[in-house]
Design a protein around this ligand. Structure first.
Ligand code: G6D
Length: 344
């Protein structure tokens, strides 16, 4: 087990570092302190060939310039908040409207655009871990309360990558953090993800408005393109439905302790996602443009898919959704485990 730390660049005189976590079987997870962005996950295929299974870049400048949140932490609140506002205890809170009239992924300078600080590095026989932190000040993007956030990235010797968040605030505020990695198990973004097989323990999904906001309905997946209770490919799922003709960008309601399994027949790679979060947004890279990626591949429509484990989007405006509000003095925790494997 090993951790390597290097300087990745600097922004206005502030250093951005990169960390590479390695286990004893060649698997590697790299991330940078800019946005807590996961830049590389090397995972073996059925022949033991290690390739990058997330979309990423080689330079800081490319991460600063692109608008697709590749690999980044999304927050203070991931997803959209309608009309960039919500009410709490009789007060209306106005947030930054950074996508039309709505608020997306924490605003114009969300957690993906800030430099996180190293808190702790630990190396054990079966895992290596780095914890980074960010102090989000009261009023940032309109959010109330000073929020201290820790994000811990851990790689185990069994091929699991854990992302654990911990947040504490001095005033009631919504918190909904996720990681926005685009996965592509073919390796180095060689092929689109339409042939990836997905199985999700989710009986329901949240239909969306024209603005990609939840309508408030919680709809059963039976007989819909959102039924991944049995494994099927993304393309099979999309079918001819109007809702999914361009791909998916939808929240799924996970069953308690529900998991998600993504696999790619061509490489034999599998990825199992387990989380304590109540939903997962499946986004199939419908709006990706042709950025040149590390490893020589190019981004582009459906060249990666996100499984953004999180609370329900726009929960602050839907009282019947599970709340994402964190009270002053409370500690909010969230964790997701991505376990990589191969199948014959
Ligand atoms: C688009 O609608 C999608 C979002 O879900 C995604 O997170 C973003 O692109 C990167 O806005």
């Amino acid at each position: 087990m090993d951790i390597r730390k290097e300087i990745f660049g600097e922004i206005e005189g502030k250093q951005v570092d990169s960390y590479s976590l390695k286990n004893d079987h060649g698997m590697e997870v790299s991330f940078i302190t800019y946005g807590g962005t996961v830049t590389k996950i090397l995972a073996p295929d059925r022949n033991g060939c290690l390739e990058n299974v997330v979309l990423g870049f080689d330079t800081l400048d490319e991460y600063i310039k692109h608008t697709h949140y590749f690999g980044a932490i999304a927050g203070r609140v991931a997803g959209r908040i309608g009309n960039a506002r919500y009410s709490w205890n009789g007060k209306t809170v106005e947030l930054t409207p950074n996508e039309g009239r709505n608020h997306l992924h924490g605003g114009s300078i969300g957690f993906n655009h800030v430099i996180w600080n190293e808190e702790k590095v630990s190396v054990a026989a079966d895992r290596v871990s780095v914890t980074i932190s960010y102090y989000s000040r009261n009023g940032e993007e309109g959010y109330p309360g000073n929020l201290k956030v820790d994000a811990s990235y851990t790689l185990t010797d069994k091929g699991s990558f854990l992302i654990e968040y911990q947040a504490e605030t001095d005033s009631d505020t919504p918190v909904n953090l996720t990681n926005h990695s685009y996965f592509n198990l073919s390796g180095d973004a060689k092929y689109p993800i339409l042939d990836h097989t997905l199985q999700m323990e989710a009986d329901a999904y949240l239909p969306l408005t024209e603005e990609n906001l939840p309508t408030g309905e919680i709809r059963h997946v039976e007989g819909t393109p959102f039924d991944f209770r049995q494994p099927r490919t993304i393309l099979e799922g999309m079918g001819e439905s109007e809702e999914t003709k361009d791909g998916y960008d939808h929240p799924f309601v996970l069953k308690k302790d529900g998991s998600v399994v993504l696999s790619h027949a061509g490489s034999g790679r599998t990825m199992t996602v387990e989380t304590d979060q109540k939903s997962v947004v499946l986004y199939t890279g419908n709006f990706l443009t042709g950025e040149r990626l590390s490893g020589g591949g190019t981004a582009g429509r459906h060249k990666g898919l996100c499984l953004e484990t999180q609370g329900y989007p726009d929960a602050v405006n839907h009282p019947h959704f599970p709340s994402v509000m964190v009270k002053a003095g409370e500690v909010d925790r969230a964790s997701t485990v991505y376990t990589f494997g191969v199948k014959e």
